[in-house]
Design a protein around this ligand. Structure first.
Ligand SMILES: *[C@@H]1O[C@H](CO)[C@@H](O)[C@H](O)[C@H]1NC(C)=O
Ligand SMILES: *[C@@H]1O[C@H](CO)[C@@H](O)[C@H](O)[C@H]1NC(C)=O
Ligand SMILES: *[C@@H]1O[C@H](CO)[C@@H](O)[C@H](O)[C@H]1NC(C)=O
Ligand SMILES: *[C@@H]1O[C@H](CO)[C@@H](O)[C@H](O)[C@H]1NC(C)=O
Ligand SMILES: [Zn+2]
Length: 336
């Protein structure tokens, strides 16, 4: 059922592409958002890559995952526990809170994990929901988590992050799910600075800590697939690793994400950054692999998302309507 839906969307995508070429596309500049006229259903109009066939996030269906433990060996983390020569700058870009890593000398990097090259850490950021039942971008068998963290690395065979950004093997992103649980003091190093970045484009340097501190204990279990950036310009350049083990965070701490940082500039009316996740994209021909047989993910009560379906319904109707318009235009051209 779901697959059929995706195939249909794929066929219709070609039609929609025609419409875009037909219309003057990119009419509204390069702004984008998570809802409304600039929301995910419309990203492809200004950013054509967002309409591609290797997009992220995706829904992970555990009974379709292919286990390949010979390929997907554990990662080797280098410099994940260092603090010397590493500067961390926390910023609000209007879509998320992001920590940029600035490194002198030896980079913080990952190898192994089935990767062919060494990937250097560039930044990490978060996606979260207004409520506990949503917020993650990826989902496991339809189960969503209240927050997802992405650590973005670039392939060191390229000169820098910018150069790697749109290459097929340019980026490796590690994704971690959060679950509501105990207070996690490790994240307070970030959260306590939210008042300094409560508006868009504000930045502040924070005290450096070891990246490893943020991660779950066990990193052996993870899913692997080839996808894209989950925000415009949606380049199809990401090798995704989504980890089984989750990170605990308290409801109070999540609330700081939900209410302390705003998507607007200081001179405008406050709008919380929240629900800054892209809905799942079609897998198309892709397969999701994993490093180990899937065990039950996480350990606290699972969330399932009911609000998402309305998003897909909108997407279908938008696509249907644009296709209809296209057909009418065709008829018009033929019979005039
Ligand atoms: C820090 O950087 C200096 C010079 O770039 C280098 O000599 C030193 O080995 C670096 N230290 C660490 C721990 O990376
Ligand atoms: C990245 O590398 C390219 C090619 O070497 C160079 O033109 C560009 O200026 C570099 N960008 C940054 C931000 O260093
Ligand atoms: C608010 O400030 C930003 C730059 O900081 C500017 O681009 C924007 O136009 C301003 N908005 C209003 C409503 O003044
Ligand atoms: C999903 O959520 C709905 C409504 O909140 C609930 O009725 C249903 O039992 C939940 N399903 C699972 C598998 O938790
Ligand atoms: Zn992300």
């Amino acid at each position: 059922m779901k697959t059929a839906f995706c195939m249909k969307m794929f066929d219709l995508a070609t039609v929609v592409l025609f419409i875009c070429l037909d219309h003057t596309y990119g009419s509204a500049g390069n702004e984008w958002a998570y809802d409304g006229e600039k929301g995910p259903d419309h990203w492809h109009l200004d950013f054509p890559h967002c309409g591609g066939v290797r997009q992220s996030p995706v829904s992970i269906k555990t009974d379709e995952v292919i286990v390949d433990s010979e390929w997907l060996v554990p990662f080797t983390l280098k410099g994940y526990d260092k603090i010397q020569n590493l500067t961390m700058q926390l910023g609000n870009n209007g879509h998320t809170v992001q920590v940029d890593l600035m490194i002198r000398g030896e980079p913080v990097s990952i190898t192994g994990g089935g990767l062919k090259n060494v990937y250097a850490a560039q930044q990490f950021h978060f996606h979260w929901g207004k409520e506990d039942q949503r917020g993650s971008e990826h989902d496991i068998d339809g189960i969503y988590f209240p927050m997802e963290m992405h650590i973005v690395h670039y392939n060191m065979k390229y000169n820098n992050f910018t150069e790697a950004l749109n290459k097929e093997d340019g980026l490796a992103v590690l994704g971690f799910f959060f679950e509501v649980g105990r207070y996690n003091h490790r994240f307070d190093r970030i959260i306590k600075h939210f008042s300094e970045i409560s508006y868009r484009d504000l930045r502040t340097q924070i005290e450096t800590f070891a990246l490893r501190d943020l991660l779950p204990e066990n990193l052996d279990g993870y899913y692997r697939y080839y996808g894209s950036l989950t925000t415009p310009p949606c380049y199809e350049s990401v090798i995704w690793s989504i980890f089984y083990q989750t990170i605990q965070i308290s409801e109070d701490q999540l609330d700081q994400f939900r209410h302390k940082v705003h998507e607007n500039y200081a001179n405008e009316t406050n709008r919380d950054i929240s629900d800054d996740y892209r809905p799942p994209q079609c897998l198309n021909r892709r397969k999701i692999h994993s490093s180990k047989p899937v065990v039950s993910i996480g350990n606290v009560g699972k969330n399932n998302q009911t609000g998402r379906t309305s998003g897909s319904a909108t997407q279908i109707s938008v696509t249907l309507i644009t296709s209809l318009i296209f057909l009418m235009k065709l008829l018009f051209i033929f019979f005039w």
